[in-house]
Design a protein around this ligand. Structure first.
Ligand SMILES: [Zn+2]
Ligand SMILES: [Zn+2]
Length: 242
């Protein structure tokens, strides 16, 4: 342990950690990934929200209440929460990670995200973490699955197993970008297939993805797992489109 601390300090001295957004050298508190200036530019997800899908009501000081979408049709997941809004420095960093294939940025984002307290989620109640899978063709193109990198950081923090065998992407779909909610649901329908039923039946699972946009992808994943026998599927994402 002491030796590990020594090597960590040596590595920090030789390669000082830089802010993910502005590349300023980070000093002081360990494990920060954005400098204080950039941290102030991040929109954290707080305030009154829908207890199911996590949609926030920025102009409503009232208590949490179900949103129109969840009232109309309850999603397959029990709850969805995100740490920060998908904008500004976070959006830039996520794009660099996914499309620029910058794994160093991805690992730093994963550490940043895993450090959040998702207060209304009792991690002890869950059996495993499931990353939203990529289709094998997309995985080959990108070289990694961004959700798996996030899931591993969360699993390490909460001592939960990450099991990517529980969900596979069987259909190569069009990108969801630019589609409205209805078309997203249609596009993603039937895109996933569950892993072994005996590993899923009766289990409480945390589904992990990088960004929650309309919830169509995550809801299709949750549907696949619940129909295979999962007891409960909660969703955690790094960011959320507001
Ligand atoms: Zn900065
Ligand atoms: Zn809702």
């Amino acid at each position: 342990m002491i030796l590990n601390d020594f090597f960590e300090e040596l590595s920090d001295a030789l390669f000082p950690p830089l802010c993910l957004a502005c590349s300023e050298v980070l000093s002081g508190t360990a494990h920060e990934v954005f400098c204080p200036d950039c941290r102030r530019r991040i929109t954290y997800i707080t305030g009154s929200h829908c207890p199911v899908c996590g949609m926030i009501f920025p102009n409503s000081p009232s208590e949490n209440h179900l949103c129109g979408n969840c009232l109309e049709r309850k999603p397959w997941f029990s709850s969805a929460r995100a740490a920060v809004a998908y904008d500004g420095v976070v959006l830039d960093a996520i794009r660099r990670f996914k499309y620029g294939r910058d794994i160093t940025t991805g690992s730093a984002l994963a550490t940043f995200w895993a450090g959040f307290d998702f207060d209304d989620l009792d991690f002890h109640m869950f059996d495993a973490i499931v990353p939203v899978p990529l289709h094998i063709k997309r995985l080959r193109g990108r070289g990694f699955n961004q959700s798996l990198i996030l899931a591993r950081a969360l699993g390490k923090k909460h001592r939960l197993m990450v099991d990517f065998s529980l969900l596979k992407r069987c259909k190569l779909t069009l990108t969801q970008t630019g589609l409205d909610k209805k078309d997203r649901v249609k596009n993603i329908s039937g895109a996933f297939v569950a892993g072994p039923r005996e590993k899923i039946r009766g289990k409480n699972l945390i589904l992990v993805d990088d960004v929650y946009t309309t919830g169509a992808t995550i809801n299709e994943c949750a549907k696949t797992l619940i129909r295979t026998g999962a007891s409960k599927v909660a969703v955690l994402t790094l960011a959320r489109v507001l």
